[in-house]
Design a protein around this ligand. Sequence first.
Ligand code: ZN
Length: 417
Amino acid sequence: MGVEIGQKVAERFQRYVRYDTQSAEDSESYPSTEKQKDLGKLLVDELKQLGLEDATIDQYGYVTATLTANTKRIVPTIGLIAHMDTSPDVSGTNVKPYVHKNYAGQDIVLTGDTKQIIRLSECPELKEQLGNDLITSDGTTLLGADDKSGVAEIMEALDYLTKRPEVEHGTIKVAFTPDEEVGMGVEHFDVSKFGAKFAYTMDGGAPSEIENETFCADSVTITFLGVSMHPGFAKGKLVNAVKLASEFLEKLPKNTDSPETTEEREGYVHPHTIQGGIEETIVKFIVRDFEFEGLKRREESLRALAEETVRNHPRSDFTFEVKESYRNMKYVLDKHPEVVENAMRAARMAGLQPKLHRIRGGTDGARLCYMGLPTPNLGSGTQNPHSKIEWVSIQDMKKATELIVNLVKVWAEANRV
Ligand SMILES: [Zn+2]
C-alpha cells in the first residue's frame, strides 16, 4: 500500500501533548480552563488542511468537523470522539515527550525525576510491548496520552482516509471535547447538531479492549437533623447530629460493599464527605452498581439504615436526596448490537483479538448513550493514566488508527445493498 496507516501518529501525538490542556475542578467557566482552546484551534487548522472545510471550534471549546461521504450507498453517519483536556490531578505544563525505542523488558527510569520508574512487575501490560517504541513524559508531568492518543489516532485516520479516496465510507463526524476529566465533557454537547447516529470514544487502554459497560451511578446526600441547645442546660433536650451521622456510618457493612472491598462486577456505597454540626450533619455518598435494580437496592438499604438511626432518637430526623449521575451504557448499546459488533470486526481485521470490557466508572460515552447517541469506548493505547508514569506505545497508536479506518470500512460494507 502506498500510504502506511498511522505513519505520522507519533509525531502528531508529540505535537499535541506539548499543549497544556489541564482542566480544573470547580471552575465557573466553560471550558473550565481557557487554554484547552489553544489545542482546539490547532486541531481546527489541521482538520482544514486535511480538507474538512467545516472544521470549527465553538464558544464552549468543542471542535467539530465532517468528512463527507464518498459513497452513494446509504450508510449511517458515524461519530469519532476524543477529549482534549488532561487530568487536574497531575501537572500538564511543559510536557516533554520522550521516545524509548525498541523496549527490551527493563524497568523504565524517567529522566527528569529518577524516582519515577515504570516497573515491569507493576505493569503487566509492558510484557506485550517487547520490541515496541514507548512514549513517556520526563517524569515531572503526566504525558497526556489520556486522551491525546485518541485525538492523534482520529486525526491520523482522517489523514489516511482523505489520501485514499478508494476506501469507501459514509459521512464521518468528528468531535474533540473539553473538560472530560472534570465530568463535564458533554455538558453543552449538542447531539442533534452533531448529526451522528452512532459514535465511538477513543479513550481506553489497549486497542483490543472494547468497553461497552459502565456503572449505574447516583450520588446520595443524607442530612441528619438534631436539636441544638446550650450544653449547660442540654439534658434531655439536645440531639447531636454529629453523633447521629457517626452512629449511622457505624452501621455500614465493614467487609463488603465499599470501593476498598470490591472488584469486577461488584457494586458499592461510598461515603466520601461528612460535614456539619449539632443541628445538621451531612453525609455524602456515591453509589455504584452495574445493574439498575442493584443501584436502587443499595440506595434503599442506606435509607433503611438512616431510618433505623433516627428511630432511637426522638426529635431527630433526616432527609434523603438521590441525584442521578449516569447509567450503564450497556442498556442502550444492547438495543443496537451492530455498534459493538462492528468494532469487534474492525479489531479482528487489524489482527487483534477483541475483548469486551466493563469500566468501574463512567465515560462521556455513557452519558451520550442516554442523550440519544449510542457510544462505546475503544482503546487508544493509554496506560497508567493520570500519573507521571503514564505511557503509550507507538505501535498501539498505529493499531488503534488502523482499527478506526477498518471501522469506517465495516460500516460502509455492512450497509452494502
Ligand atoms: Zn480519558
